[in-house]
Design a protein around this ligand. Structure first.
Ligand code: GLN
Length: 198
C-alpha cells in the first residue's frame, strides 16, 4: 500500500508562507493554507511561519484562531513555529508582548538581537546529530530563555537555544525555509509519521 502523503497546513495570516510551501513540496507533502478553524480538520501538521508576530496575533484574534490552534497542538498534532511563529507558541513573550498559544515551555524575547544586528546567518553549535552544520538565517529574531524540563534543545547559537522540541511541538528562532536545507521540515514530517502510527 502506498504511504499517504502528509498534509501540512501553513498559517497564512501574514509572513513567509510561500517559502515554507516550497520546502514542504520538495519533501513530498501536500500543502494547504490555513485561515479558518475548519482548515485544521484537513491537515496532519501545521507550520506557524515567521513574519511579524504583532500582525499575526491580530489576525489570529480577528479570525478566532487562538483556541483552535491551541487545541490542535494540545491534541498532539505536530506543529512547527519559526521565528515569529516560535514567539506565538511560547508560554510567555517579553519585549512588546503578544498573546501566545502557550504550548511551548519557553519564554520568547522578541527582537532580542536588537537593531544593530537585525539579520545575520551563522552555523549552529551543539546540534543534534542529524542536524550537523545547520545553517541558520536570523531576521529580527527572538531569543528563547528558560526552557522547561520537557523542552529539548536541538541546536544553539552563542549558547542560546535556536531550535527546540517539546513532544509534538518544534520551534526555531531562525528561518529554515530560506535555505535549501530541508532537515527542519523533515523533522516535522517525521513527527507527523510518528503521530499517525496506530
Ligand atoms: N521580530 C519579529 C516579531 O517578533 C519576528 C521576525 C521574523 O519572524 N522574522 O514579530
Amino acid at each position: 500500500m502506498a504511504t499517504a502523503r502528509p498534509r501540512v497546513g501553513i498559517l497564512a495570516v501574514q509572513g513567509d508562507v510561500e517559502a515554507h510551501a516550497r520546502s514542504l513540496e520538495r519533501l513530498g507533502a501536500l500543502v494547504t493554507r490555513v485561515l479558518r478553524d475548519k482548515d485544521l480538520d484537513a491537515i496532519d501538521a501545521l507550520i506557524l511561519p515567521g513574519g511579524e508576530s504583532t500582525t499575526i496575533a491580530k489576525g489570529l484574534q480577528r479570525l478566532g484562531l487562538y483556541e483552535p490552534l491551541e487545541a490542535f497542538a494540545r491534541a498532539g498534532r505536530p506543529v512547527l513555529g519559526t521565528c515569529a511563529g516560535a514567539v506565538l507558541l511560547a508560554r510567555e513573550v517579553e519585549n512588546d508582548p503578544v498573546r501566545s498559544l502557550g504550548v511551548l515551555d519557553v519564554v520568547a524575547i522578541r527582537n532580542a538581537y536588537g537593531t544593530q544586528v537585525d539579520s545575520f546567518a551563522t552555523r549552529a553549535e551543539e546540534c543534534a546529530s542529524k542536524l550537523e552544520g545547520l545553517h541558520c538565517v536570523f531576521i529580527r529574531a527572538p531569543r528563547l530563555r528558560d526552557p522547561g524540563p520537557d523542552v529539548e534543545v536541538l541546536a544553539r547559537v552563542e549558547g542560546w537555544p535556536v531550535l527546540v522540541g517539546q513532544g509534538n511541538v518544534l520551534a526555531s528562532t531562525f528561518h529554515p525555509e530560506l535555505t535549501d536545507d530541508d532537515r527542519i521540515h523533515q523533522l516535522l514530517l517525521d513527527l507527523t509519521r510518528e503521530a499517525q502510527k496506530p
